[in-house]
Design a protein around this ligand. Structure first.
Ligand SMILES: NC(=O)c1ccc[n+]([C@@H]2O[C@H](COP(=O)([O-])OP(=O)(O)OC[C@H]3O[C@@H](n4cnc5c(N)ncnc54)[C@H](O)[C@@H]3O)[C@@H](O)[C@H]2O)c1
Length: 260
């Protein structure tokens, strides 16, 4: 195996939405550092297997389970299957999300409800089930939420997304305090514009937004998915044992801009 280091040797890492761009980068990053990876996403196993070739190529130990995070029972079943297979789990990367490019006048009740259900309730289902598993097995585990720089400012074209990510930030803090006495750490990573996944999908719908985006970032660079993955894994290192309830902002200075 082409290991970069053994920082997470034999640790069990769960990644929701693990077939997406950032999810895949996170799975590969932990896998290269020796972890066993439990991926979930919404597609069936056959479709998933076509996307998991890079994990095979690197000889990473992984499993795939179809689990819709917006369904709490499905999430619990996934976690039970991972525990049955590998005995315990150590790290949960709460990554699955969707975005609807519609302002408040356009978005339907159903679209709003679904986005909150996946991005916020789904994140709660997964992270809280993981924390309960850590407590049961006396594991000083880690949760990392994939948040967004967009949590702190109104983005009128993606309102359900920003509301879900703002609430996620408070969930992160509340969960961090609740489980701190168990040695569990809960943190959020908040990327700006990533040249992948949900942003790329939005830019494909409206290419003018892509040009605007890269011109707006103060450091004049978009983030790559593997750069996000490296920061996610770094947060889980034991050397960060005092870091909990925090947000690691990696937005190239976007949130520093004032318009007037
Ligand atoms: N791409 C960006 O610019 C950016 C910026 C900041 C934060 N993020 C966050 O990073 C995370 C990953 O996003 P991405 O950009 O890789 O997008 P992506 O669309 O490539 O990945 C998201 C994955 O989640 C899966 N998913 C959707 N609904 C699901 C459900 N109900 N249950 C299980 N899985 C589900 C999708 O099938 C997909 O594989 C998200 O939380 C997103 O908010 C992305």
């Amino acid at each position: 195996m082409n290991m970069e280091s053994n920082s997470f040797k034999d640790k069990v890492v769960l990644v929701s939405g693990g077939l997406g761009d950032i999810g895949q980068a996170v799975a590969l990053e932990f896998g290269k550092q020796g972890a066993r990876i439990a991926i979930s996403d919404i597609v069936d196993e056959e479709t998933a297997s076509h996307k998991l070739g890079a994990m095979d190529d690197l000889g990473i130990t992984y499993r795939y389970d179809q689990a819709d995070v917006s369904n709490g029972s499905a999430v619990n079943e996934w976690i039970l299957k991972v525990e049955e297979a590998w005995g315990q789990m150590d790290i949960a990367i709460v990554n699955a999300a969707k975005v609807t490019l519609k302002n408040l006048q356009e978005i339907t009740d159903q679209e709003w409800e679904k986005e909150i259900q996946v991005n916020l309730n789904g994140a709660f289902f997964m992270a809280n089930a993981a924390c309960k598993s850590f407590v049961k097995h006396e594991i000083e585990g880690n949760i990392v939420f994939l948040g967004s720089w967009a949590a702190h400012a109104a983005h009128i074209n993606i309102p359900a997304y920003t509301v879900s990510k703002a609430a996620l930030r408070m969930l992160c803090k509340t969960m961090a305090l609740t489980y701190a006495e168990n040695g569990i750490r809960v943190n959020e990573i908040a990327p700006g514009y990533v040249n992948a996944g949900l942003s790329k999908a939005v830019w494909e719908q409206d290419p003018s937004l892509a040009q605007e985006a890269s011109a707006r970032v103060p450091v004049r660079k978009l983030i790559e998915a593997d750069e996000v993955a490296k920061q996610v894994s770094w947060l889980c290192l034991p050397s960060n044992r005092h870091t909990t309830g925090s947000t690691l902002l990696m937005d190239g200075g976007l949130s520093l801009i004032r318009t007037k």
